[in-house]
Design a protein around this ligand. Structure first.
Ligand SMILES: Cc1cc2nc3c(=O)[nH]c(=O)nc-3n(C[C@H](O)[C@H](O)[C@H](O)COP(=O)(O)OP(=O)(O)OC[C@H]3O[C@@H](n4cnc5c(N)ncnc54)[C@H](O)[C@@H]3O)c2cc1C
Length: 542
């Protein structure tokens, strides 16, 4: 068991600012070294890390014991993405000379399979599995009674040295007149569908909304997306948003941007969204059998009695923490969706690692999101890390942008998936500032750049790494190759001319020699594919 003052365990954290219950030397006769509230992605990871080093850990989750439902929406949602990808592959088989009947989707069977997948994953997180790891699991809702005590279901007391809140978030229905009367689905309730709705209006064009829009369109719904933003996936590079909108429109999805929904009416078996079309300035409407709300999420901070311990929080903004993920009550930390920062499983886990260092090992590790990647599981995927091109420009950072089109990658040609592009923003020395990829296996390809960022490696080092051919690793080879080309045309060409009298060819000659005449920008030998911050970026993927 780890206690302050034990060998190798630094003392309590010191925080500046308006903190309450900040007597760092006060020791409670606590039963637990760590009490984790919320047993989802972040909470489970943290509890496991703490138990592994011998800390006495309590994990409290409001789900009833032995619940055999969905783990969390992310898992079945990825199963739906896979089912929809299969539908596309089957429909496109003719392109490969394989002739098959059009697919028939049995949604109940699709969801049954996903239930089994969820249950298989849930087994690893059962009470028995957690107990075997040395974690005491409690079922019920937790509310703070004092800085060192929570009440379970209003009665049982659980005392702890440190607390970590990991209660996640929930879908928030938009405040639209008529919505509650007409009824709508969200990522928590859509799993009760027994058949694919003949038509579906998705409200919200963030990652969850766009993933479901594509899934249901492929499964057979006529899908309309309504968003009040001026582009889809607003967190992404605008070029990505434009390509994704084009791609989904090409699949038959109607996307209405700048659409302000006024009200919703039920007419017969149809739900009608009446909205103001920001493009035309006119009133318009769209009818559908179902509406799926995916516009906002709220942090689960109510019922925790956070006021009692001085933790600042509200459902819209989440729990306020410092860089150590510590709340205004120094013994209470928070991680995951409840922070309303990066709503991803791996972000919750990364935060769990920091909370483990600070709450259990009593170190002072700051959270750093610089190389936190994220992906939207469209088909093909979108994956991003770090500063976008626009951000580098806004920050006035000297940078180059290297890009490659999937159409130039042999794997993409072989797989018949030429749509998309990859773009990396790098400093003149090759340090990776950020990258964004739209294309098959984008999340996997991006991971090489993430590893490089974490390890302090740049495009120069990546250029020295051999990528297996033919894989989508060629995307990295091309990007890193472009960086090398700019260097070789600079210092190295000058040196070779000086010492050996080499006469470097011009970029235009190189480009012509290495690419077919109609190939788009972005092959490894095309140094012109690198654009400096002061110049325009190069052409679009398609
Ligand atoms: C449709 C959908 C698709 C997604 N897809 C992805 C994806 O592809 N990749 C990705 O990285 N992320 C994805 N996410 C996001 C991901 O699910 C979350 O970011 C992640 O689960 C957050 O982890 P968490 O620990 O903060 O919260 P959660 O995993 O939500 O866990 C919170 C836990 O707290 C418990 N709880 C809540 N209130 C209390 C209380 N008062 N007392 C006790 N227990 C309580 C809940 O029962 C729950 O078990 C997706 C989310 C959705 C909705």
């Amino acid at each position: 068991m780890l206690r302050p003052g034990d060998g190798g365990v630094p003392g309590d954290l010191e925080l500046s600012g308006d903190l309450i219950h900040s007597d760092p030397d006060f020791e409670t006769p606590a039963m637990y070294d760590l009490v984790v509230i919320g047993g989802g992605s972040g909470g489970l990871h943290l509890a496991t890390l703490a138990a592994r080093v011998g800390a006495k850990v309590a994990l409290i989750d409001k789900r009833p014991p032995g619940e055999k439902g969905w783990l969390a929406a992310w898992l079945p949602s990825k199963g739906l993405v896979q089912a929809a990808r299969l539908v596309r592959q089957i429909r496109g088989a003719g392109e490969f000379g394989i002739h098959v009947e059009p697919p028939r989707v049995d949604l109940a069977a699709v969801l049954n399979r996903l239930r089994s997948v969820s249950q298989a994953s849930a087994a690893d997180r059962s009470d028995e599995a957690l107990a075997a790891r040395g974690i005491d699991v409690f079922h019920g809702t937790a509310a703070f009674e004092a800085y060192d005590t929570v009440l379970l279901n209003g009665t049982g007391r659980i005392e702890g040295q440190r607390f970590v809140i990991a209660t996640g978030s929930r879908p928030a229905p938009p405040q639209i007149p008529g919505l509650s009367e007409a009824g709508s689905l969200d990522d928590a309730s859509l799993w009760s569908l027994t058949q694919v709705p003949e038509s579906l209006t998705v409200i919200g064009a963030g990652p969850i909304g766009m993933e479901f829009a594509q899934v249901f369109a492929r499964l057979g719904s006529k899908v309309t997306v309504l968003t009040d933003e001026d582009r889809v996936l607003p967190r992404e590079d605008p070029e990505i948003s434009g390509h994704v909108a084009c791609m989904l429109t090409g699949e038959g999805i109607t996307i209405k941007q700048r659409a302000a929904i006024e009200k919703i009416e039920q007419r017969g078996d149809q739900k009608v969204c009446i909205y103001n079309d920001g493009d035309t300035g006119e009133r318009a409407e769209v009818s559908s059998a179902e509406i799926l709300c995916a516009s906002a999420r709220l942090a689960n901070v109510e019922h925790l009695n956070l006021e009692a311990v001085g933790v600042h929080a509200d459902p819209e903004h989440g729990i306020e923490v410092n860089e150590l993920l510590q709340t205004h009550a120094v013994r209470v930390f928070a991680i995951g969706d409840v922070l309303q920062r990066h709503q991803y499983t791996h972000a919750a886990e990364a935060e769990a690692e920091v909370a483990f260092q600070n709450a259990v090992l009593r170190r002072r590790r700051k959270i750093d999101y610089t190389s936190l990647p994220w992906a939207t599981f469209l088909d093909p995927e979108v994956a991003t890390v770090g500063s976008a091109e626009a951000q580098a420009k806004a920050d006035d950072l000297e940078h180059h942008v290297f890009r490659v089109n999937y159409a130039d990658i042999d794997s993409a040609r072989i797989d018949g998936r030429p749509e998309g592009f990859a773009k990396v923003v790098a400093s003149p020395s090759g340090k990776i500032l950020g990258a964004t990829i739209l294309g098959v296996q984008a999340s996997l390809v991006l991971q090489q750049l993430v590893l490089a960022m974490d390890a302090g490696l740049g495009l120069g080092e990546l250029a020295e790494t051999t990528q297996i051919y033919p894989t989508y690793g060629q995307v990295i080879r091309e990007l890193a190759g472009q960086f090398q080309a700019t260097r070789q045309r600079g210092f190295m060409a000058t040196a070779l001319r000086f010492f050996y009298g080499f006469q470097p060819r011009t970029a235009a000659v190189d480009g012509a020699s290495s690419r077919t005449p109609d190939a788009p920008h972005g092959s490894a030998d095309d140094a012109s594919a690198a654009s400096h911050s002061t110049g325009p970026a190069h052409g679009h993927g398609h």
